[in-house]
Design a protein around this ligand. Sequence first.
Ligand code: NAD
Length: 478
Amino acid sequence: MPQVRNNYIDGAWRSAEHSSESRNPSDTNELIGSFAIASTTDVRDAVTAARKALADWKETSPQQRFDILDRAGDAIARRKQELATLLSREEGKTLPEAAAEVAKAAHTFKYFAGEAVRLSGASLRSVRNGVDVDVRREAVGIVGLITPWNFPFSIPAWKTAPALAYGNCVILKPSELTNAIAWELASILHEAGVPRGVFQMVMGGGEVGSALVTDPAVDAISFTGSGAVGRMIAGQAVARGARLQLELGGKNPLVVADDADLDKAVDAAVRSAFYSTGQRCTASSRVIVDAAVHDAFVERLVERASRLRVGNALDAASDIGPLVSADQLSRVSRYAEAAPSDGARHAFGGRVLEAPANGYYFEPAIFLDGDMRQAINREEVFGPVLSVFEAIDFDDAVRIANDTEFGLSAGIFTASHAKARAFIRASNSGMVMVNLPTVGSDYHVPFGGRGASAYGPKEMGLGAIEFFTQTKTAYVAD
Ligand code: NAD
């Protein structure tokens, strides 16, 4: 029996009555580890410890915060290969994808180390003579961070780093499917010297998350996950006056205009739709192709998809790993099975794969005759299932792209500057990509969606300060 990894509360590793196991989705015979499940008392204790730590932490010097975050970034960068291997074993993305995720987490800590020092406000003259106005930014207080399994290292990092940089105390509740890699982040922050109660981690499922959301002493909740859970916790958090940030699902369109470089567009569609096994909030699940190039595009797309190798995430020959869990496998395959009865024309794939054995392997799927009434186009499938639409012209493509309640990431392939600009202007999404996949983002600029894809201020870069600080306006006269 492996040792149970514990929750991190008030600067110490605390055991629990119950535990859960993480298994490798590439080979479920492999146990990754066992993890303590926090009780509601553990969550309450973490909140109490955070409350005690907050006053001092808010007053720490920017240099101290810089040093801690910088050390965490260094440790992550130093351990990149080992952390990436663990991430790949636990979540099922391929090793290069996992290594990129770990590298991004390291950069994020280093970036927000600098932001701790750069935190600024504004100084203005009052409209009244003899009065100065000072707009300061202060920490919000105790923030609960609830994160999903699909970016189990970088999302906790990109919420934790700005929260700490701006003087908040953090309680992280990672996904119950990816405790092992989240535990490593907690351990790195512990080693980096985060004071007691300033960063804490409670593991477990919805009940543990819910205890954080409903605790009146938690000042803010930042949640990334499904729309269903996001909407439910929004009701609870907003009703009690907590600050709230939600990053939810997507139904991201990729438009291929009549003048696009088709090889590049096919490559981007394959990367956006199928890599990371389609389990990215920014994955393209709808490709909208101008009628003039539709048939040529589809031919190349199917040919390219047929060459993709699905296999063990750690095998260098694999392009795509497994889905994360048995639930995900049955959910994604249900969508693919039902698509033809909804009017989608099957073009490729969509089978549950028998080999390799003991993994949640699914063959990427392509459907044609896309129509926004089909469930695979209205709802987030969150797997490697791509629907191709034929658009009459550019305007029709833009209309289809925007015909969704979601608005996370949208892309266009075109050689025309005018079309690219028109698409950027018309898009209902929070992020727009020109001649790039819909996936992939930088850590120093805002990340996030619109409509049903998000609520509250954006994350990352320049966006994070809006959520993790609050302003105070001081009027000063002699
Ligand atoms: P999920 O909603 O099932 O779970 C997310 C987190 O919420 C987990 O930690 C889970 O334990 C917790 N949770 C579950 N029930 C809860 C409750 N009642 N109260 C509080 N917390 C609760 O999502 P998931 O399956 O882990 O992740 C996949 C989803 O995340 C997809 O919809 C994807 O689009 C979305 N996502 C969005 C972004 C983004 O930035 N927009 C990024 C990655 C993933």
